[in-house]
Write a protein that binds this ligand. Structure first.
Ligand SMILES: Nc1nc2c(ncn2[C@@H]2O[C@H](COP(=O)(O)OP(=O)(O)O)[C@@H](O)[C@H]2O)c(=O)[nH]1
Ligand SMILES: Nc1ncnc2c1ncn2[C@@H]1O[C@H](COP(=O)(O)OP(=O)(O)O)[C@@H](O)[C@H]1O
Length: 298
């Protein structure tokens, strides 16, 4: 009769595969914290919710050095101040250690708190390929009460793009005129290439009617809107993970490898700016993210 038990070498192979997968997942999580796609507090929450998950199995030492601005020297000082042994894993922290670590992170890396008294001028920004265009298009289709601003741009239309619907396609001279006559609420040169700007007139009209307007613009533009209209509601769209952002950029297939690498470098800088925003929304599911943003404008 055949022996139904698994031979020990099969067990060993399976265990070593699981260990490799767990290590890879821990590395991805550390990268998410290092690139600021998730906050250290978020990783700690995941570890404490599921102590046997890859987050829970992460050593406190690797966790701390993945936090931007913490190197090996600082890490050791922090551990000694908090009274946490360097061999501890996140999921195995005692109640007092968790509280001490959380309090330390909240003081040193405060998570942005929603500001009150925001207006119906919604600005959506975020790193390249996070899905800003996709989410904005979903809002336009499923939340028709929200007016999606149509920008002016000097770039040429792509196949299927309609003047006045996707963009106002203008030449350099016309863009110069719009700037000179103060017709743009903000404008910027994006990806070192073309100029894009938000026409002021339609926005003022929509807001005067008591309706919500959504601007899908780049980070420089979001900062200009904040300066011009301090009560604007700034929303930062985040990818579920850094790896997913890379997948989306590559999967979209609209840029070559060099331009992709350049955009990912820019994305790191953009992610570092998320603390300037009023809200952060994770684009895991398009419809869910769109509904969350739409609710911020009501
Ligand atoms: N500042 C600013 N950025 C804009 C405006 N309109 C679009 N953008 C940004 O310009 C970038 C390029 O958009 P697009 O030409 O559609 O190309 P894609 O992002 O490569 O698909 C995106 O990051 C948009 O958020 C605008 O009116 N002002
Ligand atoms: N929630 C999502 N899940 C999976 N793929 C998405 C999601 N949102 C967007 N995408 C895809 O990611 C790619 C980048 O989206 P896009 O809207 O062009 O980004 P952005 O306007 O921020 O540069 C596109 O191929 C899009 O279909």
């Amino acid at each position: 009769m055949a022996d139904s038990r698994t031979p020990p070498e099969v067990d060993r192979v399976a265990a070593s595969r699981r260990a490799v997968a767990a290590r890879r997942e821990r590395a991805a999580l550390k990268n998410d914290v290092a690139t600021r796609v998730i906050t250290p507090q978020e990783l700690l929450r995941r570890a404490l919710d599921a102590p046997t998950s890859p987050a829970g199995a992460m050593r406190i030492t690797e966790f701390l050095t993945s936090v931007p601005a913490i190197g090996a020297g600082k890490r050791d000082r922090i551990l000694s101040d908090l009274g946490i042994s360097p061999v501890k894993r996140l999921g195995g922290l005692g109640a007092r250690q968790r509280e001490a670590l959380r309090a330390f992170l909240d003081t040193r890396f405060p998570e942005p708190a929603p500001r009150s008294g925001r207006s119906r001028l919604l600005v959506l920004a975020g790193p390249t390929a996070v899905g800003k265009g996709t989410v904005a298009a979903h809002i336009k289709e499923h939340h028709p009460d929200i007016h999606l601003s149509v920008s002016a741009t000097t770039r040429a239309p792509r196949p299927g793009e309609v003047h006045g619907e996707h963009y106002y396609f203008v030449d350099d001279a016309e863009f110069d005129r719009l700037v000179a006559e103060g017709e743009l609420l903000e404008w910027a040169t994006v990806h070192n290439a073309y100029r894009y700007g938000t026409p002021r007139g339609p926005i003022e009209q929509v807001l005067a009617e008591g309706r919500t307007v959504l601007l899908e613009i780049d980070l420089q533009g979001a900062r200009q809107v904040r300066a011009a209209e301090p009560s604007a509601t700034l929303v930062f769209l985040l990818p579920p993970s850094w790896d997913e952002l890379v997948n989306r950029l590559i999967g979209r297939g609209t840029e070559g490898p060099e331009e992709q690498a350049r955009r990912l470098r820019t994305a790191r800088g953009e992610l570092a700016a998320q603390a300037e925003f009023d809200y952060r929304v994770v684009n895991d599911d398009v419809a869910r993210a769109a509904a969350e943003i739409a609710a911020l404008g009501s």
